[in-house]
Design a protein around this ligand. Structure first.
Ligand SMILES: Nc1ncnc2c1ncn2[C@@H]1O[C@H](COP(=O)(O)OP(=O)(O)OP(=O)(O)O)[C@@H](O)[C@H]1O
Ligand SMILES: [Mg+2]
Length: 289
């Protein structure tokens, strides 16, 4: 007798991967819940892409397992077909048009005939590229390429989508368009794993966030809980004719009230901790390159 936990969608259990003597992912365990947008954050080289590649069955772990709950391992072709992935390094053929790229990726997913052409039309319109469908990808802007990369990942209507830094090198317009698409996919029931270095993105989009460094999971929770636990204090700044004073506090409202009562203020501001404070508190400020 066995039962499936319907809340869990993807379970990563003790995933471990080394490249030579470099331990890239070190016993990483976490569960992605059905229907959520899960943010995987970490500095350069933290092991995010390696984790994503093991989660979708592209890379064999040295130890541990990835499992799509109720379905099995992503190494199984049938299970793999339930998953979509937009890789960090764009996986597009520059000499082919957007339409030809999507037709190719759709065929790889087993689509053909009119269901294939319907999905290609849908995917092009989903990422606002219908009018550029015949142009070679080489002529696309960075934002258009990222949007096509996303379209290729969802051509087969996956239930689980992994986006590895889907907004690198794109302008604010394309970035916002990509956010909207991710939220739309979530509304349609798709579960999303999203890696990024942009904290505002994770704060805006993600239901839960996991922060990893050196292949270890350092913290995992909702953004609000991570900020409460690891964000540190608020910074209150008060400017008077004689100069500026700054103070760190857990109770910014109390301090604001006190300063207002004291009077004589030219300017008053409060900086609350955010996800970036959490990230830097957990992973440190040392450069990683
Ligand atoms: N194919 C590979 N061969 C050798 N080393 C690799 C390979 N892929 C990753 N690594 C190493 O494994 C570690 C983790 O890399 P990974 O790409 O997973 O990190 P990341 O968190 O995705 O980083 P970034 O934010 O820069 O994308 C790094 O030290 C990287 O140099
Ligand atoms: Mg990466």
């Amino acid at each position: 007798m066995w039962s499936v936990n319907l809340v869990e969608m993807l379970k990563l259990n003790n995933l471990t991967k080394s490249f030579g003597s470099n331990l890239a992912v070190d016993g990483l365990s976490l569960e992605i819940r059905r229907g959520e947008i899960f943010g995987l954050l970490g500095p350069n080289g933290a092991g995010k892409s390696t984790t994503v590649h093991m989660a979708v069955g592209l890379l064999q772990p040295d130890q541990g397992t990835a499992e799509l709950r109720g379905e099995g391992s992503p190494h199984d072709r049938r299970v793999r077909s339930l998953i979509g992935m937009a890789p960090q390094s764009l996986a597009l053929y520059e000499d082919l048009s957007g339409e030809e790229n999507l037709t190719f990726f759709g065929r790889l997913q087993g689509l053909s005939g009119s269901p294939l052409s319907q999905r290609v039309d849908w995917a092009l319109s989903f990422v606002d590229l219908s009018d550029r469908r015949k142009d070679p990808v080489a002529a696309y802007s960075g934002g258009m390429k990222r949007r096509l990369n996303l379209a290729a990942a969802v051509i087969h209507r996956p239930s689980l989508l992994l986006l590895d830094e889907p907004t690198v090198g794109v302008d604010p317009q394309s970035r916002n368009s990509i956010f909207d698409k991710v939220l739309q996919l979530k509304d349609e029931g798709c579960t999303v794993v999203y890696t990024t270095h942009y904290m505002e993105e994770a704060q805006k989009l993600c239901d839960r966030v996991g922060i990893i460094d050196r292949g270890h999971l350092l913290a995992l929770d909702t953004v609000d809980k991570l900020i409460a636990q690891h964000g540190g204090k608020s910074l209150v700044r008060a400017e008077r004719a004689e100069g500026e004073t700054q103070l760190e506090t857990d109770q910014p409202l109390v301090e604001l009230e006190r300063l207002l009562q004291e009077g004589g203020l030219l300017r008053l501001s409060v900086e609350r901790p955010n996800l970036e404070s959490v990230f830097l508190n957990l992973t440190g400020r040392t450069l990683r390159d």
